[in-house]
Design a protein around this ligand. Structure first.
Ligand SMILES: Cc1cc2nc3c(=O)[nH]c(=O)nc-3n(C[C@H](O)[C@H](O)[C@H](O)COP(=O)(O)OP(=O)(O)OC[C@H]3O[C@@H](n4cnc5c(N)ncnc54)[C@H](O)[C@@H]3O)c2cc1C
Ligand code: FES
Ligand code: FES
Length: 496
């Protein structure tokens, strides 16, 4: 492998103007860099992905030769990760003569009062404004999913998906004027340059080396280089979407001598629906997986809207969610219920492990030094009955107190197959095996569900912490089982 030598030309195009980032450090976030560059329209509220004041738009490739304007939290993203790419901040929305339509509507309808949140809202709103096919024709029809349910959304008469704003907080307006502004947006004008930009491809991440006193940021060009570097630098930290990394850097002062970005490696970027399994690359963002799968894995379609916010999902990856080894990540319970397997890669080659064998203890996994997650495999066929219940303090954009996922097959009124995944009740995500045993072979009735609920409430060893008491967690598990059964019964009655 080549030694690490700094890339000559490191730059980001901001609002149409190319800017040098060679002076940045390996851990400089995009928000810090923008503000230090004089673009102080982008605000810092929390520096941990919770408020959206720092939202900007990044030009990303769509599935063909065009560009999707994608809103992200600039406080979490290392600026080096944007090398060679193009972003638009709140300053880049208006022209010299006129406000941008989202700014005009926010102003007109009282959607901006103290104004601190407004640049972030404007960027999240603009990304949705430019979403191709926004409008009623774009509400995903049932694509013939692989099990049989459908996704939901909250959309205005103009097709505006309110989930686009789920990562933006406002303390002044009470939100209704902001929703009014979003729902009043028309289509982009024919001479709108950001709309026209969608027709050309975006550059995408390039291979980068930025060396600075606080460390080296490197985006290797190939998987072989990435695993080679990882083997060589055992102290290195991997980043994909950097939504966990950014919090560690901003709030916990974490600094690593080497940061290896794996977000652009082709082997980690595909979503493939095969005959035997669905494979999702570890560096595919949750938003991308949601768009490409389009409801074909209903359990994941249930999970996506409950996972953080649109801003976070535009960056967060499955690999990152599993890479942390967290007991309260939302993907593991869903993937455990789906019977997922992980493909792991290192300079010694690849191996596959069942997700249920992946976690070994609190934030520890079977990943060996120098190894990374390449992809997640979900075996087919999928179970017909599935659901993901996340119990948290807020409906959206919150970490689970407890999460439970089901994948159940019922034949002739009897449960033939049941997998139940749990998060937040033990040191690791786990399968609720006692509950599975209480279901399998039993008639699929409210009595069976009630008996299984008692068993589910006793699974794991939930703890008391600031999110929830152990008793509350157990009670929520019981309720979740009853609700899952009731929802399934309603769906059955409606024939969906
Ligand atoms: C505001 C906010 C809200 C959140 N809400 C939720 C939520 O609702 N549910 C939830 O589950 N999580 C949530 N998270 C946590 C986070 O977004 C997820 O864990 C996300 O999936 C991490 O993905 P990433 O690509 O951003 O990870 P990164 O930050 O890039 O990496 C995270 C860790 O995983 C490792 N890693 C990354 N990719 C790989 C790989 N391919 N192989 C091995 N290791 C790897 C990295 O080394 C690092 O240690 C939230 C975070 C924030 C900031
Ligand atoms: S500053 Fe709050 S999300 Fe970035
Ligand atoms: S207008 Fe004040 S925070 Fe939103």
């Amino acid at each position: 492998m080549e030694p690490l030598s700094a890339t000559d030309s490191l730059s980001v195009t901001v609002n149409g103007k190319r800017r040098d980032i060679r002076g940045a450090r390996a851990h400089t976030t995009t928000l810090e860099w923008l503000r230090e560059s004089g673009l102080s329209g982008t605000k810092e509220g929390c520096a941990e992905g919770e408020c959206g004041a720092c939202a900007i738009m990044v030009a990303r490739s769509d599935d063909s030769d065009g560009t999707v304007w994608t809103a992200v939290n600039s406080c979490l993203l290392p600026v080096a990760a944007l090398d060679g790419q193009e972003v638009v901040t709140a300053e880049g929305l208006a022209t010299a003569d006129a406000l941008h339509p989202v700014q005009a509507e926010l102003a007109e309808r009282g959607g901006s009062q103290c104004g601190y949140c407004t640049p972030g809202f404007a960027c999240s709103m603009a990304a949705e404004f430019y979403r191709r096919g926004r409008g009623t024709d774009d509400i995903p029809a049932d694509p013939g999913n692989l099990a049989g349910t459908e996704a939901c959304g909250e959309r205005g008469p103009n097709g505006f998906d309110l989930h686009a704003l789920s990562g933006n907080l406002c303390r002044c307006t009470g939100y209704r004027p902001i929703r009014d502004a979003a729902y009043a947006l028309g289509d982009p004008d024919p001479d709108d340059v950001l709309a026209a930009r969608r027709d050309r491809p975006s550059a995408g991440p390039v291979s980068t080396v930025l060396t600075a006193p606080d460390g080296t940021f490197v985006r290797p060009a190939t998987l072989a280089d990435a695993v080679g570097l990882l083997a060589e630098h055992t102290e290195a930290v991997l980043v994909a979407g950097s939504t966990d990394w950014g919090v560690d850097v901003n709030l916990r002062g974490r600094r690593s001598p080497v940061v290896i970005a794996i977000d652009a490696l082709p082997e980690l970027r595909g979503v493939d629906v095969g005959a035997d399994f669905v494979q999702i690359g570890a560096a595919v963002t949750l938003s991308e997986a949601e768009r490409v799968l389009a409801g074909r894995v209903p359990l994941l379609a249930d999970l996506f809207p409950q996972f953080a916010s649109r801003l976070i999902r535009n960056q967060a990856t499955f690999g990152g969610n599993l890479g942390t080894g967290s007991p309260i990540g939302d993907a593991p319970p869903a993937l455990l219920a789906l019977g997922a397997r992980l493909v792991l890669a290192s300079s010694d080659g690849q191996r596959e492990v069942a997700l249920e064998d992946y976690f070994t203890g609190y934030r520890t996994t079977v990943l060996r030094p120098g190894e990374l997650i390449l992809a997640v495999r979900i075996p087919l066929p999928l179970a017909a009955l599935c659901g993901f219940h996340k119990i948290s303090k807020r409906r959206f954009d919150d970490i689970s107190s407890v999460a439970v996922a089901w994948a159940i097959d019922v034949e002739n009124g009897v449960v033939r197959r049941a997998r139940v995944g749990l998060g937040g009740v033990a040191a690791t995500p786990m399968r609720a095996r006692d509950t599975e045993r209480a279901l399998i072979g039993q008639p699929w009735t409210s009595e069976t569900a009630a008996a299984a609920a008692l068993v589910l409430g006793a699974e794991g060893t939930p703890m008391d912490d600031h999110r929830a008491s152990a008793r509350y967690r157990s009670a929520m598990l019981e309720q979740a089982m009853l609700k899952f059964y009731a929802d399934a019964a309603v769906d059955q009655e409606l024939g969906s």
